[in-house]
Design a protein around this ligand. Structure first.
Ligand code: COA
Length: 388
């Protein structure tokens, strides 16, 4: 059955902090952030972009009136929930004006949840050839000012339309998931920031990747040479590279060279955005599709990882003419046109986001009427601006 990603788009807030300047402010050698972690810029979220508005912003440019009639399910994957009961998908469904007879819900397993959302969408569509599913991965990655995880923060959302006869990627029936109960990163209810054992999280990620990949290669009787490129969950660009390097010696030299070059193209956008948790793998996929030369039918391997932990390796094939369904120029200019904020301003943004503190003067500058944004919170009810 031919089901996969028909449309894909991302949204990131229009502010960023320069990682070299953050390093200086934290009295760290800038090369630790730039090379050791592999991040150049980090998206900074204003108080008026939450997981709902970012998700709606990622979806609004790919969703047509025809789609709104055909979407039977909206799933928001997130680990930055703004409510413990009401699903962000319900608000996204409303903001986008999707037909009312739809299932809407939220999924959670750290950075992994968008992947089971896609697999669920694929299974759901198997018996519903006319329907579509909107999958959104939306997160604000916050570890705290001056914390160990601070250089691996970020914010953003990725929206994907899953359908029959997709225009971009056909998903294969080969996913292998690997679950291991580990406390590498978790956020107990009520905690503003996650608890994280950084060294353990790196080890757990690599172990999960190796188990998922080895089992996948055994079941599918395949090798690295069969892949044009691999995409990874990218909490920071050095992480996926470490995972790739941990198995690359099994491949011939040509394959090694190809996979290493593909990896650099696949993390290009992530290097300038930072960690967007559930959306990181899919931002990396967009980066690969838009910055790497691919041909129809080629196979891409994807590794998804969520601390706690669940990993999953699966594959997809490139669809002929996929380039015509991407917004390469729009994405590159959206990244270039962001505003740099000083470390001092980043700290102010951070505190305002944390404390949900709106600032009339600053918000006038931030509010772009052409996008969704959070206008106010009254009686614990979030009100959003809806673009014309
Ligand atoms: N120049 C170049 N590289 C440098 C450097 C310098 N001056 N100083 C340090 N480095 C390198 C280190 O050698 C290390 O590389 P390695 O991992 O290849 O050995 C890297 O920079 C990071 O250094 P480390 O000491 O591990 O940093 P840290 O203790 O500050 O922790 C994280 C880094 C990513 C673990 C931390 O930011 C974190 O906990 N992030 C959140 C959790 C996370 O993202 N986990 C990923 C899996 S989900």
């Amino acid at each position: 059955m031919n089901i996969g990603i028909d449309k894909i788009n991302f949204y990131v807030p229009k502010f960023y902090v320069d990682m070299a300047k953050l390093a200086e402010a934290r009295q760290v050698d800038p090369n630790k952030f730039l090379i050791g972690i592999g991040q150049t810029e980090m998206a900074v979220s204003p108080v008026n972009q939450d997981i709902v508005s970012m998700g709606a912003n990622a979806a609004k440019d790919i969703i047509t009136d025809e789609d709104k009639k055909k979407i039977g399910m909206v799933i928001v994957a997130t680990e930055s929930a703004i409510d413990s009961a009401k699903a962000a998908a319900v608000q996204v469904h409303h903001l986008l004006g999707i037909q009312p007879f739809a299932r809407c819900f939220e999924m959670k397993e750290a950075c992994y949840a968008a992947t089971p959302a896609i697999q669920l969408a694929k299974d759901y569509l198997a018996n519903r050839p006319e329907e579509k599913v909107l999958v959104i991965a939306s997160d604000t990655a916050l570890y705290g000012l001056q914390s160990g995880g601070e250089p691996t923060q970020g914010a953003g959302a990725v929206a994907m339309m899953i359908s029959h006869n997709p225009s971009i990627l056909q998903l294969n029936d080969d996913a292998v998931a690997y679950t291991e109960d580990v406390y590498d990163f978790w956020r107990p209810t009520g905690h503003a920031y996650p608890l994280v054992d950084g060294a353990l999280s790196k080890d757990a990620y690599i172990r999960s990747f190796q188990h998922s990949w080895n089992e996948y290669a055994k079941r599918e009787n395949t090798s690295l040479a069969d892949f044009e490129s691999l995409c990874f969950h990218v909490p920071f660009t050095k992480m996926g590279k470490k995972a790739l390097e941990s198995i690359i010696d099994d491949a011939d030299e040509t394959t090694q060279e190809r996979l290493r070059a593909g990896y650099e193209d696949a993390v290009y956008y992530n290097r300038y955005v930072g960690n967007i948790y559930t959306g990181s793998l899919y931002l990396s996929l967009i980066s690969l599709l838009e910055n790497h030369k691919l041909s129809s039918g080629q196979t891409i391997g994807l590794f998804s990882y969520g601390s706690g932990s669940v990993g999953e390796f699966f594959s997809a094939n490139v669809v002929d003419g996929y380039q015509n369904h991407l917004d390469i120029e729009g994405h590159q200019s959206a990244l270039k046109q962001r505003n740099e904020v000083s470390v001092e301003d980043y700290e102010t943004f951070f505190k305002r986001f944390d404390e949900l503190e709106f600032d009339e003067q600053q918000d006038k500058v931030e509010n772009d009427q052409s996008i969704f944004y959070l206008k106010a919170i009254n009686d614990n009810i979030r009100e959003y601006h809806v673009p014309e």
